[in-house]
Design a protein around this ligand. Structure first.
Ligand SMILES: Nc1ncnc2c1ncn2[C@@H]1O[C@H](COP(=O)(O)OP(=O)(O)O)[C@@H](O)[C@H]1O
Ligand SMILES: [Mg+2]
Length: 266
C-alpha cells in the first residue's frame, strides 16, 4: 500500500455522510450544511469524501484557502465546473464588468481582492453590488439550466482562510442566494462559520467530534497495519482521537513497517 492510499482511508463520519446524502438526495428542507471544527479535525477529508460520493452528480468544489481568490474567480470557477461549456450570459457579464472598469487599477481590484488598493467606500459599495448582481445572475442561469431540479453539489472548503471580501460575500450574498434552490446542496467547511440569522429550516450547523477508539482501530486496519489492541489503545491515548494526530502517528508506524520490510527483502 502506498502513501497515496493511506490518505484514502477515511473512518467514522457516517452521520455526516448520511446528513449530506439526505440533503443531496432530497429528504427534508435543509440543503446547506455548515461543517465547523478546529484545525486537523477532518473537514477537508470530509469535503473530499462528499466529493467522491457525488461523482455521478453535477458538482463543484472550491478551496477558499487560496489567498488570491476573488469573488469573481470563485463564481467563475463554480460556473465552469458545473457547466464547462454553458452559462454564456454569466461569463459575458463577468467580462463586461471587468472591461467596464475604466482604469486598470480598478480592474485589478475587481479581480484580485487580496491586493491592497485603497478604494473609497463608494467603490466598495459598487463592487459589492456587482458581486451580488453577478451571484444572482449565476444562480438564475443555474436554475434555467436545471429545469428537472437535478441534485447539484457545491463544496466550499476552508472558509476561515478566505479573504475578507470572499468571506463577506459567502455570508451576505451566497447563502441567501442559494436559499431558494432546494436542489442545490451547499457545504461550507471552516473553523468557525457564519450562521444565517433568518429562518432555520434550510441550513444545519454541524460540528465534528474526535474519533473514538473503534475508529482508530478501523483506521489502523484500513492501512493494513498489524497492531495489537494495546498498541491501538496507545495511539488513541497519545492522540485523543484527533484525526490529524492519528493520521500522523499511524503514518509514521506505517512508514517504519515499510522500511523494515524493505530491509528484510534486501
Ligand atoms: N475521518 C478520517 N479518517 C481518516 N483520516 C482522517 C479523517 N479525517 C481527517 N483525517 C486525516 O487527518 C488529517 C487532517 O485532516 P483535514 O481534513 O486536513 O483536517 P481539517 O481540514 O479539519 O484541518 C489528514 O491527514 C486527513 O487525511
Ligand atoms: Mg482543511
Amino acid at each position: 500500500m502506498t502513501d497515496i492510499q493511506i490518505r484514502d482511508v477515511h473512518v467514522d463520519r457516517e452521520a455526516e455522510m448520511r446528513l449530506f446524502q439526505r440533503m443531496r438526495d432530497g429528504g427534508g428542507s435543509a440543503h446547506v450544511l455548515l461543517i465547523e471544527a478546529p484545525e486537523g479535525m477532518g473537514k477537508s477529508a470530509l469535503i473530499h469524501a462528499f466529493w467522491l460520493d457525488s461523482a455521478s452528480h453535477q458538482r463543484a468544489r472550491v478551496n477558499l484557502k487560496g489567498a488570491a481568490l476573488s469573488v469573481y474567480e470563485v463564481l467563475t470557477s463554480i460556473a465552469r465546473q458545473l457547466h464547462p461549456h454553458g452559462l454564456e450570459g454569466f461569463h459575458r457579464e463577468v467580462e463586461r464588468l471587468l472591461d467596464e472598469s475604466p482604469v486598470s487599477v480598478e480592474r485589478a481590484f475587481l479581480i484580485a481582492s487580496r491586493m491592497t488598493i485603497h478604494a473609497g467606500s463608494a467603490d466598495q459599495d459598487r463592487r459589492r453590488l456587482q458581486q451580488q448582481r453577478l451571484t444572482n445572475l449565476l444562480v438564475g442561469e443555474l436554475e434555467r439550466a436545471n429545469p428537472g431540479f437535478q441534485p447539484v453539489v457545491l463544496l466550499l472548503d476552508t472558509y476561515d482562510e478566505a479573504t475578507e471580501d470572499v468571506g463577506r460575500w459567502v455570508t451576505n450574498h451566497l447563502l441567501s442566494a442559494v436559499l431558494p434552490l432546494r436542489w442545490l446542496t451547499l457545504v461550507v467547511a471552516g473553523r468557525s462559520l457564519p450562521t444565517p440569522d433568518y429562518l432555520d429550516d434550510w441550513w444545519v450547523l454541524h460540528t465534528l467530534e474526535l474519533l473514538r477508539l473503534e475508529h482508530v482501530r478501523d483506521y489502523v486496519r484500513g492501512v493494513r497495519l498489524a497492531l495489537s489492541d494495546e498498541q491501538i489503545q496507545l495511539i488513541y491515548d497519545l492522540t485523543d482521537g484527533r484525526p490529524l494526530e492519528v493520521a500522523t502517528q499511524v503514518g509514521r508506524l506505517f512508514a517504519k513497517s515499510i522500511q523494515r520490510r524493505g530491509g528484510l527483502d534486501a
